[in-house]
Design a protein around this ligand. Structure first.
Ligand code: ADP
Ligand code: MG
Length: 270
């Protein structure tokens, strides 16, 4: 029932949270893999100078010679920097350390907020989903992802300070709506690294659901050692160990995301 039904331009999702280590990259890599497995043509754009998504697919330094920097800073065609992954139907725009400079160079650049949107425009029709893996900051790289995006998808680690910083994130999204992208939605919030045996996790999850209500996915991503092992093998956990709890959760998340989009609910304003 979740088989591909869309045609036309890609839906662009900015996977964002200014906190590091909350599961943005893991979510981009595995949601992308799950969507591709459902036959949705998917592209992941690695917008983090650390390049963890690129590493997560086993890309070497040489594989990243051409990366998102060129399209972003020099107006190079993004089509020229797309590389395949081992996952059929899933492609990647790699990042490289140069991108750390871009964050600074963008400050004085023309059209500094809209460059990713312009870069992606010519290839939107090639994909069903484009997932932008954002760096752990609310600087111009993340702003570019919000401006280019139809919606933001926010991974939230189930820990004591989970909600801290969320108002800053929501204010940034509101600013982008006002300035550049009035239709930017919140695709959803996904709780990550959830530990069922930890009472604090359960309390945090309840808190988050009360505060954010129906934008939080029912699917929760458990803390799972196979998820943390997978990147060092250059594979998404869905490929590395399809039967692991982490892989199953990400497949379930893709299903929930697709169902929500088909139902037209509940992506909404904050
Ligand atoms: P971010 O992109 O937000 O910085 P990552 O996705 O890179 O976060 O995750 C941070 C670290 O936690 C990585 O080492 C990753 O492998 C690990 N990790 C992410 N999700 C899980 C999970 N569900 N279970 C165990 N480890 C995880
Ligand atoms: Mg990351």
């Amino acid at each position: 029932t979740l088989a591909k039904a869309t045609t036309g331009d890609a839906r662009v999702l900015a996977i964002a949270n200014q906190k590091g280590g909350v599961g943005k990259t893991t979510t981009a890599v595995n949601l992308g893999t799950a969507l591709a497995a459902c036959e949705y043509r998917t592209l992941i754009v690695d917008m983090d100078p650390q390049g963890n998504a690129s590493t997560g697919f086993g890309l070497t330094r040489g594989d990243r010679k051409r990366n998102v920097y060129g399209p972003l800073m020099d107006g190079d065609p993004v089509a020229d920097v797309i590389v395949p992954t081992d996952v059929p139907g899933l492609e990647l725009v790699p990042s490289a350390v140069d991108l750390a400079g871009a964050e600074v160079e963008l400050v004085d650049a023309e059209a500094r907020e809209t460059r990713l949107r312009s870069a992606l425009a010519p290839i939107l029709e090639r994909y069903d989903y484009i997932l932008v893996d954002c760096p752990p900051a609310l600087g111009l790289l993340t702003i570019n992802a919000f401006v280019a995006g139809h919606a933001a998808l926010v991974p939230l680690q189930a820990e004591f300070y989970a909600l801290e910083g969320l108002s800053h994130l929501m204010r940034t999204i509101e600013r982008v709506r006002k300035g550049f992208n009035p239709d930017l939605e919140i695709e959803g919030v996904v709780l990550t690294m959830y530990d069922r045996r930890n009472n604090l996790c359960a309390m945090v999850a309840q808190d988050v659901r009360e505060y954010l209500s129906n934008i939080v996915y029912d699917t929760v991503i458990p803390r799972n050692v196979r998820v943390s092992e997978a990147p060092s093998h250059g594979k998404p956990v869905i490929v590395y160990d399809m039967k692991s709890s982490g892989a199953k959760a990400y497949i379930k998340l893709a299903g929930e995301l697709l169902r929500r989009e088909k139902g037209g609910a509940p992506a909404m304003a904050s």
